[in-house]
Design a protein around this ligand. Structure first.
Ligand code: NDP
Length: 312
């Protein structure tokens, strides 16, 4: 299906960033279309209870928060289509966006496709999501008060999460596949001198063990040097082996950084292509929170609105 209709704004991605952009645009009377993608709601759909999004003092489940974002965007007239974008042509305006079943032409584009947490790819891992296995210490650390937990990874995220988790846990074991950390020197020093942090060097997680309720009770580690296995009793396991920004569909048409994140101007949502804006985790590898994604979604809508108003 090809549409001759030229949209004013197409938003790619339906997490907190995309929906917030849609709400602001619709309330400014600017018609907009959201292409939802494979995982509407994004990373919120795999988190446990969200207790740090202001306005929900009792907490709210990630999928329900997403449903509320969607309902709010729909209420003001945003058009929401369940299609995944495969490629775009940003070489001329109007831009073209292709999904599996359709193509769309648009004067401006908001990229809000987020990033995907990398997981360990263990067969039983998904069953433990929300039952001990998490990819976000800021989101879920609070649930592990007084418990022993593990963090997998040796980069800045793993160390930052481990240090943060010592606020709740009695002991945090960092499981790293090498004998040397990738993280910055200062983070290494902080982690190494923290009395609650232990290290399992040269180790990978081979298997996860559950209790009678199906919650995590241990991780089986393997020493990569000699294959020796040992069980580490933990009720929480934070996977911090990096994120992959969802930018493959862009090819090399927008400037990306070395890790594949969209480059935005500092303090702005503008990208290397005029008329293309980016918000949320697709352009942020540091903060990665629903509330910061929503904040930059708002910025993208306001910048897009101003840009459209200035066009002939
Ligand atoms: P990184 O890519 O820097 O680190 C990923 C870590 O996970 C590495 O130690 C890697 O091991 C390990 N790893 C990767 N895949 C696997 C796997 N399959 N099994 C086991 N271990 C695995 O990602 P981060 O998220 O830590 O950081 C991303 C970027 O964000 C970096 O540039 C970082 O500096 C930055 N950052 C900065 C912060 C700050 O300044 N406060 C905070 C957080 C992030 P190996 O080392 O062997 O490759």
């Amino acid at each position: 299906m090809s549409s001759e209709n030229v949209h004013k704004v197409v938003i790619i991605g339906a997490g907190p960033a995309g929906y917030t952009a849609a709400i602001y645009l619709s309330r400014a009377n600017i018609p907009n279309l959201i292409l939802q993608g494979d995982q509407p709601g994004g990373q919120l759909t795999i988190t446990t209870e969200v207790e740090n999004f202001p306005g929900f003092p009792e907490g709210i489940q990630g999928p329900e928060l997403t449903d509320r974002f969607r309902a709010q965007a729909a209420r003001f007239g945003s058009e929401i289509v369940a299609q995944t974008v495969r490629r775009v042509d940003l070489s001329r305006r109007p831009f073209t966006v292709w999904t599996d079943g359709a193509d769309y032409r648009t004067r401006s584009l908001i990229l809000a496709t987020g990033s995907t947490a990398r997981w360990l790819s263990l067969p039983e891992e998904e069953a433990f999501h929300g039952k001990g296995v998490s990819a976000c210490a800021t989101c879920d650390g609070f649930f592990f008060r007084g418990q022993e937990i593990a963090v997998v990874g040796g980069g800045d995220t793993a160390l930052e999460e481990a240090i943060f988790l010592t606020n709740f846990a009695t002991k945090v074991t960092i499981v790293h596949r090498r004998g040397e950390l990738r993280a910055s020197r200062i983070m290494q020093e902080r982690a190494l001198k923290n009395p609650k942090i232990a290290f399992a060097w040269h180790s990978v997680v081979k298997r996860l063990v559950g209790d009678a309720q199906g919650s995590l009770s241990a991780a089986v580690l393997e020493d990569v040097r000699d294959g020796a296995a040992r069980e580490l009793a933990v009720t929480g396991l934070f996977v911090a082996i990096g994120h992959t920004p969802n930018t493959a569909f862009l090819g090399d048409q927008v400037a990306l950084d070395d890790n594949g994140y969209v480059v935005t101007k500092p303090g702005r949502t503008t990208t290397s292509v005029e008329g293309v804006f980016a918000c949320g985790d697709v352009q942020d590898h540091v903060w990665r929170q629903a509330i910061t994604a929503a904040g930059t979604g708002c910025m993208a809508a306001l910048e897009c609105e101003r840009w459209l108003a200035a066009q002939p």
